[in-house]
Each structure stands twice: as structure tokens, then as C-alpha cells.
Design a protein around this ligand. Structure first.
Ligand code: ATP
Ligand code: MN
Length: 480
């Protein structure tokens, strides 16, 4: 007989039918005459309820079944008397596929700390929490592809190994096959990359944007969705060394079109999560409520998870310039009472997440899109504004997270782009192909990068980015 997935089973009402389920034991409770087993196979949050009359089975069987063991259970589907579920399985045959010795199995049926679960990331999938996060993550990946596909965008694979540093930030991981114990040197004593695998210095990509631009300037509407790597040594709850980024790039679109796309896409994804992940989101919301209740009253978040998601859906994002934001921040009670860790000194300062969150959570009380940043704090490719001081950048700021999207209209003018590259002392030789697109058939175009795990933080209400990706890569941590 074929196994029935538990997501299907829990809805079934064909009482009397024979079924087979397979999964991992969440809990087992043995009373005088019967054993109750909750079995989960990850297909949904809910468990199959298995009831076994002890007298039907070999007496030693149940002493070998513990939380974490894998079972195949055959039995009769019967109506459940409990209110928790529609049905249960009256077990006729129980096969232990793999035991889990409780003396060694780390995942006990109790609440574990998130730190403990990170140290046991190989097994944390088996908790309700990481099951829920994994399913939401999958749904969001699918929704992103659906969103773009339904709107005529083409997905483009940008390279993972590149020779260009898109952001100029110098936070890159080298890719090399050189023998690090005998690194070849040039006569000047520098590393001789010409002897390396690619005959040049290469690194893991920090963004697929430059290549996405090349594709957009032919296919009009494209997006990438790939891994990106940043060797930033910042141990924050919002940064990973390896994360996934969604980067749409659109020809014939200016910064206003870009903002419309970002807002529409984020709202679509939030709505998709509410529609397709209701059970898991309800569970995640309950987790948050429990966590909030453990905090002192004045530190509790005023909004529940679904309320926060609806808050994004129901509000038009506030669009203001960086310059206006600096004025608001300078005049804020936080600044006056010296509550910012980084007080705003003057126009030109880079904004920290505390500033971004102040604008969203306290000042506007809605998501905010900040535009027209000083060119000094943004990348070389952004469209230069007529004022000579700012560029057509746009960052989308969210509650709890701060920046979730960074994007811009791109500089499509060859001369302006070239002079900015030179001004910054960057190499025009390695970027010849990028410049070429401005020499041949250049058009106005725009795009942005959405950090997938930042989106996941928002949708799940989790507080640490290490908990929304299966195997986080952070400074000094690449286990699993
Ligand atoms: P931040 O200032 O928060 O470090 P950034 O300005 O470096 O972000 P961009 O280069 O604009 O970010 O990247 C686009 C998006 O990628 C960001 O808006 C964010 O959602 C995400 N992102 C950037 N760095 C990381 C990281 N280290 N880990 C996870 N997501 C990231
Ligand atoms: Mn960064």
C-alpha cells in the first residue's frame, strides 16, 4: 500500500479505510491499555494521531519507540473523538524504521533555545518551528518566481564566480586554486593571479545586478534569484555571509516605476504568505506571543505577526527623500534625547538601522521608501541627479528590519558613468562590457535587490537571520 502524506491524511474523512503513514515520532504517550503516538512527516505542521491497543502488539515494541524515531504505521482511519483533529489511525501494524535513543537524541519533546537549535541545525528541521519556517521559505521562493513569471519577466542566472566587485565594497571571498603555502608572486612581490585557475583574480559574487542589466538591455524585464556572498565581518542579526537575493532589472523604467514594482511585489508576497501559509503563520504568531509575554510589558511589540503583515498590505509606502529624512531624524525626540547609538551629525551620513526603524515604526508608522541619497554613500552605477550631489537611489525600509530592499535607477549615460568610475578610481578595464551597454542602444533602466532572508525575517517574525536559512554562514561559522 502506498504511503499517504500527513498533509492529505489530516483532511480525510473516509473512515474505515486502510492507510499507511510514515514519519517521525513527535511524542508518544502510553496509558494502561493504549499508546498514543503523534507522527509528523513535515508535509504540514499537524501530526497524524495514532492509537495502538497495547495487547495487539509485542510488549517490547513500545519501549523502543521514542521521540525522533521513524515509523511506518498501517491501520484503519477512524473518526476522532477529540476536537483537535478530524481523524486518527487505529494501528494494526507498526514498523520501526529507525530508532532514536533518548539518551543521545538531542531533540527532546520540550522547548529548546534557538541557540541550541542552531548548534543542532542538522536536526532542527524536525521541530515544529523549523518545519514551519522551511515551508514558508519554500512558498516564498515559489511566489517570487510566480510573481515575475505572471508579469512577463525572464529569470536569468548570473554567474556565481566573477571578476568584478559590483558594490566596490571589497567584502569578497576569493575563489582560487593557488597553493596557499606557495603563492606565486610577480617581480613586484604581489600575488601573481595570472597563474590562478581563471588567469585572473576572481571572487564569489556580491550581486548579480551588473549581469542582470546586460540581460535587461535586450529582454526588457528580467530578474535573478541566486546566492550572494559578502565577507562582511558584522555579526548582526540581519547579516549573513551567504544569502539569497532577488534582483529584478527593467528597461524603459525610471526610479518611480522601480518604486511601484518594489511596493507591488512586497505586497504580493505578503498576501501570498497569508493565503498559502496560514497554518504555519498562525503557529509562528503564537510563538511570538509567547516570546513577547516573557518580556517586560514596556518592551513588548504592540503588533502581532499577522497584524504586522496586514500593516504592510494596507498602507501605501511613504516615499520621501534622504534629505527630508535627515531633517526628520535631526529633529526627532530620539536625537534630542541622545537615544541613537549613532546620532545624526549632518547631511551625508549613512543611515543605521536604528534610524531606518525610527522612520518606519515611530515617525510614519508605515513602510518607507527613501530616495535620492548622497552619491558618496551609494554605488557608482546609480543615476546621477541634476543637483550633482545625489543619486536616484531607493531603499525600502520595513518595521523590525530596516532596509529590506536597496535599488536605483541606473546611470545610462556613457560619459557620466565613465567619469564616475574614474572619479572613484575603479578599473574601467574590468568593466568594459558593462560600459559597452551604454555605448550601444542605451536606455533608461532600473532595478533593485531584495534580500530573501530579510523578507523571511519579516514574514516569519523571527528575530535572527540565522534562523530563517537552513544552514547559516556567518563569521567563524560554517558547520554543516
Ligand atoms: P545593509 O546596509 O543592511 O548591510 P546593503 O546596503 O549592504 O544592506 P545592498 O547592497 O543594497 O544592501 O543589498 C540589497 C539587499 O540585500 C539589502 O536591502 C538587504 O535586503 C540584503 N542584504 C544585504 N546584505 C546582506 C547580508 N549580509 N545578509 C543578508 N541580506 C543582506
Ligand atoms: Mn551591507
Amino acid at each position: 500500500m502506498k504511503r499517504i502524506e500527513i498533509a492529505k491524511l489530516v483532511e480525510m474523512e473516509e473512515f474505515g479505510r486502510q492507510v499507511v503513514v510514515m514519519g517521525w515520532v513527535r511524542t508518544i504517550r502510553i496509558s494502561k491499555n493504549v499508546a498514543f503516538i503523534a507522527l509528523n512527516d513535515g508535509s504540514c505542521l499537524r501530526n497524524a494521531q495514532i492509537v495502538a491497543d497495547l495487547e495487539r502488539f509485542e510488549p517490547t515494541l513500545f519501549s523502543r519507540i521514542h521521540s525522533g524515531a521513524s515509523l511506518a504505521v498501517t491501520g484503519k482511519l477512524v473518526e476522532s473523538l477529540g476536537t483537535q483533529q478530524k481523524n486518527e489511525i487505529q494501528a494494526e501494524k507498526i514498523e520501526i524504521l529507525g530508532e532514536a535513543n533518548p539518551d543521545y537524541y538531542p531533540m527532546q519533546p520540550k522547548k529548546h533555545s534557538l541557540e541550541f537549535l542552531r548548534e543542532n541545525a542538522h536536526l532542527r528541521f524536525r521541530t515544529n518551528l523549523f518545519g514551519a519556517i522551511s515551508r514558508v521559505r519554500h512558498n516564498m521562493i515559489f511566489a517570487i518566481h510566480k510573481y515575475f513569471n505572471d508579469r512577463g519577466f525572464y529569470n536569468v542566472h548570473s554567474p556565481i564566480i566573477t571578476a568584478s566587485d559590483c558594490e566596490g565594497a571589497g567584502e569578497m571571498f576569493h575563489v582560487t586554486t593557488l597553493d596557499l603555502n606557495k603563492v606565486p608572486k610577480t617581480p613586484e612581490g604581489k600575488i601573481d593571479w595570472s597563474q590562478d585557475f581563471f588567469g585572473r583574480e576572481t571572487n564569489l559574487t556580491v550581486s548579480g545586478q551588473l549581469e542582470a542589466e546586460l540581460a535587461a538591455l535586450a529582454l526588457s524585464k528580467v530578474y535573478t534569484f541566486g546566492p550572494t556572498f559578502r565577507a562582511e565581518n558584522s555579526n548582526t542579526s540581519r547579516h549573513l555571509a551567504e544569502f539569497w537575493m532577488i534582483e529584478p532589472e527593467v528597461a524603459f523604467a525610471d526610479i518611480h516605476d522601480n518604486m511601484d514594482l518594489a511596493e507591488d511585489m512586497l505586497k504580493y508576497l505578503v498576501q501570498y504568505a497569508l493565503d498559502h501559509c496560514a497554518e504555519d503563520i498562525e503557529f509562528l504568531e503564537q510563538r511570538l506571543i509567547n516570546e513577547e509575554n516573557a518580556k517586560p510589558a514596556n518592551e513588548r511589540s504592540p503588533m502581532l505577526l499577522r497584524e504586522k503583515l496586514r500593516f504592510v498590505l494596507e498602507n501605501k509606502f511613504e516615499r520621501i527623500s534622504y534629505t527630508e529624512a535627515i531633517e526628520i531624524l535631526k529633529n526627532s525626540p530620539e536625537q534630542k534625547k541622545n537615544k541613537f547609538s549613532y546620532p545624526i551629525k549632518e547631511w551625508g551620513a549613512d543611515l543605521q538601522s536604528e534610524h531606518e526603524r525610527y522612520l518606519v515604526e515611530k515617525h510614519f508608522k508605515k513602510p518607507v521608501i527613501l530616495t535620492d541619497y548622497p552619491k558618496e554613500i551609494k554605488a557608482f552605477y546609480m543615476k546621477q541627479n541634476p543637483d550633482g550631489k545625489t543619486v536616484a537611489a531607493m531603499d525600502v525600509l520595513f518595521p523590525q528590519i530596516g532596509e529590506i530592499i536597496g535599488g536605483s535607477q541606473r546611470e545610462e549615460n556613457y560619459d557620466k558613468l565613465l567619469s564616475r568610475i574614474q572619479e572613484l578610481g575603479m578599473s574601467t578595464e574590468t568593466l568594459w562590457w558593462y560600459l559597452d551597454t551604454r555605448r550601444f542602444g542605451t536606455v533608461v533602466h532600473s532595478g533593485f535587490g531584495l534580500g530573501f532572508e530579510r523578507l523571511m525575517l519579516f514574514i516569519t517574525g523571527m528575530g535572527n537571520i540565522r534562523d530563517v536559512i537552513p544552514f547559516p554562514r556567518t563569521p567563524k561559522n560554517a558547520e554543516f
